[in-house]
Design a protein around this ligand. Structure first.
Ligand SMILES: Cc1cc2nc3c(=O)[nH]c(=O)nc-3n(C[C@H](O)[C@H](O)[C@H](O)COP(=O)(O)OP(=O)(O)OC[C@H]3O[C@@H](n4cnc5c(N)ncnc54)[C@H](O)[C@@H]3O)c2cc1C
Ligand code: FES
Length: 375
């Protein structure tokens, strides 16, 4: 699996961002955890050169980043010791030899970093020209509709190659979970709507989904043009993003640029819907219920995902029709140390509980299969 020092090309404040990933927001809301934000109190976007052309990341995959300067050298600066996981917010393929003035040579990725503690605070202060030790892409990403899936590696494709090439570590068994159903694409119907539901910096992996859908040639705002997307193409993308306040919302401009129709939700009503993002979606679906073939992708605090799972169940979304990227504290990131276990129920059978490694079997799971009360 690729491991190396990646050059930092940029570190900028995310427009519109205040503090707050909202990892433990109350009542399914997206309130921040009360920690400081980035170097300037907000969320930072780190742009890194992606040197591994044969390992393109897929939406929903993540990287592990060591919060250590290169100059620390082997064995030096062991605090914080463990790398930290971050979702890949976007991926820019190599523009190649394109002569366009706007084309930037070399592949790049974007990470959104909120300073939740020492490691992420250190990362939020890196400068252009620094190098970060990165491992990735890791994990099994979102299952996209077939048209968009073909733009990227199959979910887990990079990881399974990595597992084979890894030496000196126990080889993680190929996850049974990824084989469930034996499909690599989500079941969504051509032209059916796609919902992206994100809280705080949980919006990051959803932006990558929107980017992949846009690359697949979806017609943005199809209902505005009065036409349907071309046969086989994903339908219109509706993004619901939430935070405690307007200042803490991230991703509105980026998602809009990727062709999504964005609905905002804030706990204090300072922007968009007053309430949390799940309540905003529930209000929409009470008027406009999801039609067959609808797909939903989510990432955010556990309370939000749990409430969302309940809403999706009430509206009949099953299995990979509603998927979420989970977050657990991680150490190795490659399925070896068992520090990131979650419990799932893969079938409707009673007593079919299974433990899964979020880093390796996930981080993306069908919402209706996660057992939220069992850690
Ligand atoms: C798959 C995955 C993707 C992630 N993507 C992003 C991202 O795109 N942007 C981003 O800002 N953060 C993301 N995170 C969270 C990020 O990894 C943590 O905020 C970071 O590791 C904290 O490290 P630290 O040294 O700064 O904080 P620490 O000092 O280690 O912890 C600070 C506080 O954060 C809590 N915490 C740390 N990690 C987690 C976690 N995984 N879940 C819940 N609480 C946690 C701790 O309990 C503690 O209260 C992601 C996590 C995972 C597992
Ligand atoms: S972090 Fe080690 S098994 Fe998941």
């Amino acid at each position: 699996m690729p491991v190396g020092w990646l050059e930092v090309l940029d570190n900028r404040a995310l427009p519109g961002a205040g503090a707050g990933r909202g990892m433990k927001g109350p009542g399914g809301g997206t309130a921040g955890s009360g920690m400081d934000g980035g170097a300037d109190g907000g969320i930072r976007e780190l742009v890194l050169r992606w040197p591994w052309a044969d390992e393109p990341p897929a939406p929903g995959q993540f990287v592990e980043v060591s919060p250590q300067p290169r100059s620390a050298g082997a064995g030096a600066g062991l605090d914080p010791f463990l790398p930290r996981p971050f979702s890949i917010a976007w991926w820019q393929p190599d523009a190649g030899a394109a002569p366009a003035a706007s084309a930037v040579a070399g592949s790049r990725i974007g990470l959104w970093v909120r300073a939740a503690g020492r490691g992420s605070a250190w990362l939020s202060r890196v400068r252009s020209g620094d190098a970060l030790r990165v491992t990735g892409p890791l994990g099994h990403g979102f299952r996209l509709p077939a048209a968009a899936q073909s733009q990227h590696v199959q979910p887990g494709g990079a990881l399974l190659r990595a597992a084979r090439s890894e030496s000196g570590h126990p080889q993680p068994a190929q996850p049974q979970y990824a084989q469930t159903g034996g499909v690599s694409a989500a079941p969504g119907a051509a032209g059916a709507p796609i919902y992206l539901i994100g809280g705080g910096t949980g919006v990051a992996p959803l932006l990558f989904v929107a980017q992949a859908l846009a690359r697949a040639g979806r017609v943005p705002h199809a209902e505005q043009t009065g036409g349907l997307p071309p046969a086989g193409r994903p339908g219109p993308v509706h993004a619901f993003i939430g935070a405690a306040t307007r200042a803490q919302l991230v991703g509105e401009a980026e998602l809009t640029h990727a062709g999504a129709q964005v609905t905002l939700a804030t706990d204090d009503g300072s922007a968009g819907f007053r309430g949390n993002v799940v309540q905003a979606l529930a209000a929409r679906w009470s008027q406009n219920p999801p039609r067959p073939g609808t797909l939903l992708y989510a990432c955010g605090p556990k309370a939000m995902l749990r409430a969302l799972a309940d809403l999706c169940r009430r509206h009949g979304l099953q299995g990979w029709e509603a998927q979420a990227s989970l977050e657990e504290r991680m150490a190795c990131g490659i399925g070896v140390c068992l520090s990131c276990i979650c419990t799932v129920r893969e079938t409707a059978q009673a007593g079919s509980r299974q433990h899964r490694r979020v880093c390796y079997d996930g981080p993306v799971f069908p919402l209706d299969q996660v057992l939220w009360d069992e850690e």
